[in-house]
Design a binder for this molecule. Structure first.
Ligand SMILES: [Zn+2]
Length: 361
């Protein structure tokens, strides 16, 4: 079993490609190494307003450039938006939601946790001491200079509000097991074709929504299941005792209950077939990292010292933020399953060590 990309050309920003009957694939640019996000439009009928249009899944980074691309795309599109659904709170997914919801005055769907985390992240500085953010970086083993520099940057930063348009004031809650109806008048007789089941993934973000259509065997996987790249699984300063990797590994196997020939529509890279082998590969990837860390931490190590074990490439500042969070999530996982001890040294840094009774030689 392999993962195979479907034979559809990648859409240019402002264009679209049909990937399945009634489903259009869009791309928006991102100013990072990962330079794009995929968005999807599904043909829909709003029975309240009796409007034919499209349900949108995810919205793009909330900056002027994306807005311009949206404006030109919407001018070409034959029908309006009927609803906006966002898989999770990261700026490339929720960024333009407010703009689009305000433009069409349509309902906005998210899970409860993702909606409120997004609103909190956009609220900006709380205007009080941020010693806990400093402490997080110290515990990670970052240098004094790095911690001071990050603190300075936080003071200047306007937070995620810079890259997320004002978030809609209301949301429709999506939760595990919910079924959301997205479909046209044409398929009103065959009810099941417009039923999308909500499947929640955790670990990459708090309550990430995936949508699965049992009838057409299409999965909108967001960032939870990606081809080629692995979603970032991080422990951040807002919850340093999170066991994010466990949450991720616990919510991956459920996707193997879906058919192997499911068409997976991910948020990055390309749509593919081969869900089971991709889930297996993602699980194996993390177990390989855990195994390498067990080897490396026979002597006590800081989180920063573990970075070369997980990342073979040079890390820039943007990547470093996510890299230490990712290393933290693996080390916390080994700590909570009692494979590692976690101590604090004289510099106030966490030291993770393989337990002596687990040393093989
Ligand atoms: Zn994400």
């Amino acid at each position: 079993m392999t993962t195979d990309f479907i034979d559809v050309e990648i859409p240019e920003p402002g264009q679209w490609q049909q990937v399945s009957p009634g489903i259009l694939w869009l791309r928006m640019p991102l100013p990072f190494e990962l330079d794009h996000i995929n968005l999807y439009l599904i043909e829909d009928y709003d029975s309240v307003t009796q409007t034919e249009g499209y349900a949108l899944i995810d919205t793009g980074f909330g900056v002027r450039k994306t807005q311009e691309i949206w404006d030109s795309l919407l001018a070409k599109l034959d029908k309006p938006l009927t609803k906006v659904i966002v898989t999770h709170m990261h700026p490339d997914h929720i960024g333009m939601a407010g703009y689009l919801v305000d433009k069409y005055r349509v309902p906005f769907y998210m899970s409860h946790s993702e909606y409120f985390v997004a609103r909190a992240m956009c609220a900006g500085s709380r205007g009080a001491s941020d010693w806990q953010d400093d402490e997080y970086l110290v515990r990670c083993g970052m240098s004094e200079d790095y911690v001071a520099n990050a603190s300075e940057k936080r003071k200047e930063s306007k937070g995620l509000g810079q890259v997320i348009m004002p978030i809609p004031l209301q949301h429709e809650r999506l939760q595990e097991g919910d079924v959301i109806k997205i479909g046209t008048l044409g398929n009103i007789d065959s009810v099941e074709t417009d039923q999308w089941q909500v499947i929640i993934g955790r670990g990459h973000s708090p309550e990430h929504v995936c949508l699965y259509n049992q009838h057409t065997k299409v999965l909108i996987s967001g960032d939870h299941v990606l081809p080629i790249i692995t979603p970032n699984i991080g422990v951040y300063s807002t919850e340093p005792n999170a066991n994010a990797l466990k949450m991720y590994l616990d919510t991956l196997p459920q996707f193997k209950n879906l058919p192997e020939d499911t068409l997976v529509l991910p948020s990055h890279k390309q749509p593919f077939i081969g869900l089971h082998s991709r889930v297996d590969a993602l699980i194996a990837h993390h177990h390989k990292h855990l195994q390498s860390l067990k080897e490396f931490c026979k002597e006590g190590r800081t989180i920063k010292q573990c970075l070369p074990v997980l990342f073979k490439r040079e890390l820039n500042e943007h990547n470093m933020f996510f890299a230490i969070a990712e290393a933290f999530s693996h080390l916390n996982y080994l700590y909570f399953e009692q494979t590692f001890t976690r101590d604090i040294n004289e510099k106030n840094q966490y030291i993770f060590t393989l337990k002596s009774d687990l040393l093989s030689d």
